[in-house]
Design a protein around this ligand. Structure first.
Ligand code: NAD
Length: 337
């Protein structure tokens, strides 16, 4: 295969975990090529812009990007670089798997679920936000559309079908938010009817949070609106051992961007102790997206192997290794597989 992807090393620990991730990917010998481009503080320092045109063009050209975390400068022109990328490439589906890996600080065994979060509308739009002159009354709008709901629910069902997953839980608050959540639920029911082989159940968001904490193994794929998905996916990351193991994909009509859920971790940047697993698991999602699921499975197996033996892993996972020693252990495991 000859495929080139855009690679943004990112800020803070970004270059360290990207380096480790690419070393592991190279070991797969898939023929994947990288075009390195900048964004965030690294781009600001190099060319005076946070999101240079060349970076946008590279993502548009290759349609797939692997991205390290970006530091959004406080008081900068963008509310968030990630929101800007989401808008530019219409990255409507935020796909976040949460899978327990033995040997980590997960709260439960046997969790294997994916949250599919609508990424472009809902409560996170900037339209219609007002604050009264006396500063005492704030308003914001929630926008839910048939088109937005249909495409995210369909994405979740297609993902379930592709991965042989059996159950989708539609998470909503239609009992109170009758118009917005109500429309999402109505459209979800219509789409679900087209997938009779996949069980579909509905759950109100507050109950869903309790169920996730009490009995997370009951969930397979969760599909929900923007705000609920943001909160639920972090809850799920916490259930399986925290930020160091939480990957995410942002899938759009024009491109797909894969990244760790965590940020640039300025407190440990440059120390060589950042855990590369979240970015590596995001790279596994990317391999699946590129039709290389068998290679993704090899990397996931290597991660499970190294974590089970606590072989050269980073301090956040209870080891005394480094980012580089972690990558070495993963490569050794791949060579042995
Ligand atoms: P953070 O996720 O960077 O760090 C939170 C804590 O988790 C820190 O103690 C950090 O050391 C630890 N941590 C994070 N990743 C780790 C890893 N791979 N290995 C070991 N420990 C890890 O969150 P923050 O400190 O709130 O944010 C720092 C910067 O990152 C901010 O500028 C924020 O805007 C940005 N950010 C970017 C993204 C992104 O690009 N997707 C996401 C979140 C935050």
């Amino acid at each position: 295969m000859s495929k080139t992807i855009a690679v943004i090393r990112g800020d803070g620990i970004g270059p360290e975990i990207m380096n480790a991730t690419l070393r592991v990917l190279d070991e797969l010998k898939t023929g994947l090529n990288y075009e390195f481009v900048d964004a965030g503080m690294a781009a600001q320092e190099r060319c005076g812009e946070l999101l240079p045109q060349a970076t946008m063009e590279s993502i548009a050209r290759h349609r797939v990007a692997l991205k390290g975390p970006l530091t959004t400068p406080i008081g900068g022109g963008f509310s968030s670089l990630n929101v800007e990328l989401r808008k530019r490439f219409d990255l409507y589906a935020n796909v976040r798997p949460a899978i327990t890996i033995p040997g980590t600080k997960a709260r439960y065994d046997g969790i294997d679920l994916i949250t599919v979060r609508e990424n472009t509308e809902g409560a996170y739009g900037s339209e219609g936000q007002t604050l009264s002159e006396d500063g005492d009354t704030a308003h914001s709008q929630i926008k839910v559309t048939r088109r937005g709901s249909e495409r995210i629910v369909r994405y979740a069902f297609e993902l379930a079908r592709r991965q042989g997953r059996k159950k989708i839980t539609v998470v909503h608050k239609a009992n109170i938010m009758k118009t917005t959540s109500g429309l999402f639920l109505k459209v979800a029911r219509e789409v679900a009817a087209e997938y009779p082989e996949i069980q579909c159940n509905e759950m109100i968001v507050d109950n869903c949070c309790m169920q996730l904490v009490m009995n997370p193994q009951q969930f397979d794929v969760i599909v929900t609106t923007n705000l609920f998905g943001d909160i639920i996916s972090d809850l799920c990351a916490g259930l399986v051992g925290g930020l160091g193991l939480a990957p995410g994909a942002n899938i759009g009509t024009e491109a797909a961007i894969f990244e760790a859920v965590h940020g640039s971790a300025p407190d440990i940047a440059g120390k060589g102790v950042a855990n590369p697993c979240a970015l590596l698991l995001a790279a596994c999602q990317m391999l699946g997206h590129l039709g290389l699921e068998d290679q993704a499975q090899r990397v996931r197996a290597a991660i499970r192997d190294v974590l089970a033996r606590k072989d050269r892993v980073t301090p956040d996972l209870g080891g005394n290794g480094s980012t580089a020693s972690f990558a070495d252990a993963l490569i050794d495991s791949l060579r042995g597989s």
